[in-house]
Write a protein that binds this ligand. Structure first.
Ligand code: FE2
Length: 182
C-alpha cells in the first residue's frame, strides 16, 4: 500500500491573454459609465474589489452588448480546433467604479474558464490591470478589453484618479453532451 500523502506542487505555464478593442466604445461607454455610477454599491468593498461594485449578475441590455461581443471573441484565444463558442456561457457580469485609492487584491476566478475586463472610463492616472505572476501590466484605455484564462492571478493597484470604471465577467464551459453520469 502506498502511504504517500497528496500534495500540491506549483508549475510555471505560459498562457494566452487576448487584448482587443470594442469598435463602438465611443457611443456605448458613456452609457455604461453612467449605469455603473447609478447602480447601488452591492458589496461595500467586502469582495476582492475594494471599490464600488454592482451586483455580480447585472441584467442590462448595454452590459449584454459587451458580454455578447466578448463571447464572439473567445475563438481568438481558444486552442486550435476548439472554436465553438456555443460551448461557453456567460456566468456573470458586473461593473466596478474606482475612485482615488480604490484597488483590487490579487485573486483568481477559479473554477471558471475565461474572464474579461473591459475598460469603460479611464481618466489620466487610471490604475492598470496587473497579472501578478508575470507582472504583466495592462494599461487602462477606454474600449480596451482583456480576455484571459480565469485561473490567472490578477489585481489592480491603488487607483490615482476619480471614476475609473470597468465591466468584468466570466465564461464557463458547458459541454453539449455529457456522455456519462456520476
Ligand atoms: Fe478579477
Amino acid at each position: 500500500m502506498n502511504n504517500q500523502k497528496d500534495k500540491i506542487i506549483f508549475v510555471k505555464e505560459e498562457m494566452e491573454i487576448l487584448i482587443c478593442h470594442y469598435p463602438f466604445w465611443e457611443t456605448l461607454n458613456p452609457k455604461l459609465h453612467l449605469l455603473i455610477k447609478q447602480f447601488p454599491d452591492e458589496y461595500k468593498k467586502s469582495t476582492n474589489v475594494k471599490a464600488k461594485m454592482t451586483h455580480y449578475c447585472v441584467i442590462n441590455e448595454d452590459f449584454m452588448k459587451i458580454g455578447r461581443w466578448v463571447h464572439q471573441k473567445l475563438p481568438d484565444i481558444l486552442p486550435h480546433g476548439l472554436h465553438s463558442t456555443s460551448k461557453f456561457r456567460l456566468s456573470d457580469i458586473w461593473g466596478a467604479l474606482y475612485n482615488e485609492n480604490d484597488y483590487t487584491v490579487s485573486h483568481r476566478h477559479r473554477p471558471l474558464s475565461f474572464s474579461f475586463v473591459y475598460f469603460v472610463n479611464a481618466p489620466k492616472n487610471s490604475a492598470p490591470l496587473i497579472f501578478d505572476f508575470s507582472k504583466q501590466k495592462i494599461q487602462a484605455e477606454p474600449g480596451k478589453c482583456v480576455i484571459f484564462p480565469s485561473w490567472l492571478s490578477h489585481s489592480v493597484p491603488k487607483n490615482k484618479c476619480k471614476e475609473r470604471s470597468v465591466i468584468a465577467g466570466n465564461f464557463s464551459f458547458v459541454p453539449e453532451i455529457l456522455p456519462f453520469s456520476f
